[in-house]
Unconditional design. Sequence first.
Lengths: 110, 107
Amino acid sequence: SQTIHQWPATLVQPVGSPLSLECTVEGTSNPNLYWYRQAAGRGLQLLFYSVGIGQISSEVPQNLSASRPQDRQFILSSKKLLLSDSGFYLCAWSVRQTQYFGPGTRLLVL
Amino acid sequence: KNEVEQSPQNLTAQEGEFITINCSYSVGISALHWLQQHPGGGIVSLFMLSSGKKKHGRLIATINIQEKHSSLHITASHPRDSAVYICAVEGTDKLIFGTGTRLQVFP
């Protein structure tokens, strides 16, 4: 069966510090991968999606970046966090139309 | 104006009540998803619809493609149904999300 892992589950970081969130998928090959952010009191927003290794599409301009070094690994990064980067970050994968979400990482930037 | 609008934003109900959450969208779609987000943040996919109606247990989802509208119904609601319900429409490889409906069911 397919599973999706995200870590860490919770993260508290100071403003200006770097960020690396990792997402890995098991049990499937060549999935579409997605990073979403949910800010407090707001809906989910698509940040990045990837249809293959090294292929990243960015949906919104921001100080975040994403990389897909392996087929089932998707990394969300930042060189310098802003206060506005606080939120709940969700990784998801899909092979056909249904999307499957990871458990999420709650990020608090202080 | 958001491409995906949900109503109501907040909903409270007594256990046993019939609940309806509505979703309207303004873009062309290949499918519509209903998701459930629990207080801890985890998200579960409830339904994916491209036409008609689907039923799973006490949950029913309908979609009217011509009217660009979908509804999620919960029959015989229960406190464990308390969650945020999110409508999302699918274009090409991407989902566009509504802001969610927060449901609280009281015993």
